[in-house]
Ligand binder design. Sequence first.
Ligand code: FMN
Length: 326
Amino acid sequence: MKYVCEMLQIDFPIIQGGMGNISNAQLTAAVSEAGGLGTIGCGTMTPSEVEKIILQTKAKTNKKFAINIAINVSPYTEELIDLVIKHNVPVVSLSAGNPVPFIAKLHEHGVTVIALVASVKHAQKAEAAGVDILVAEGFEAAGINSTLELTTFTLIPQIVKNVKVPVIAAGGIGDGKGLAAALMLGASGVQIGTRLIATKEAPFHEVYKQSLVNASDTETLIVGRSVGMIRRMLKTPYSMKLDEREKEGMTRAQYSELTTEKQHVIGAIEGDMKNGFINSGQIAGLIDHIPYVKELIESMIEEASNQISHSKSELDFMIHKQSNKK
Ligand SMILES: Cc1cc2nc3c(=O)[nH]c(=O)nc-3n(C[C@H](O)[C@H](O)[C@H](O)COP(=O)(O)O)c2cc1C
């Protein structure tokens, strides 16, 4: 099996999760320049809005980057696929929908295809259809989540056991120990979202970044369970109100109206916690400072390497002790 770093032509196996509508070229370029794979999240943006960000990203970096298309979220999936091909974007990640119809066309144009999955069944289906890399996302993750609710720790080894393509772990990874753990579970790398919000280059409101720094381990909330559309947010006045409305009984249409990209922008970009929401994963409690992306990625690699060496010596010591007893 090829290493993902070779397949994606990057230095470190750390991928920026797509963050539709709210991220920008600066963050994408910062992740790629730091040796990871930056990603432009399309969300519900029009092809011309996305094209502008592609050109801005190319002006900031010559490194590889990806485009994330959330299939059932975007009204423009077909056009965005054409845009990827037009601009020779080397990698596409497909989430929130069935990736199968798009894989052959992307491959014809030499694009590496990543599919986001949350179960063994979907992973096998995507692999059979020819995806190059899988991102397996656990329930710890920020934002729109699978209703299957499998956690990263259980999902990764089960998917790794059942497919041959490389698997990237997403959901709940915020430092080098998390990266090391993902590698130990058999993943080939990680995709991170929440941890990248609280970085200097991220284009989000200071209130959002600071809320993650201040958050404790129990400060996220799942909304939308009752209508089968799950999203993990930080506890804020808006998400608490949403939670109350849900408990009182809410239709799927009402829920959708209260969780549009408009309210996402109001929370994440404008920092208005009463009228908009902010996504956050369960790893928020680990975040205690706002570094540059390069510092974050380098520290994750160093910490992962140290942790793996430390765990290996602990294991060797135990094995040695046991064999001495015999
Ligand atoms: C603000 C924000 C917006 C997100 N938007 C998208 C999106 O548009 N498409 C997508 O596939 N995933 C989206 N995600 C999920 C991330 O791409 C990533 O898989 C996830 O954040 C990983 O889990 P973590 O938050 O625990 O690191 C978003 C996450 C965040 C934090």
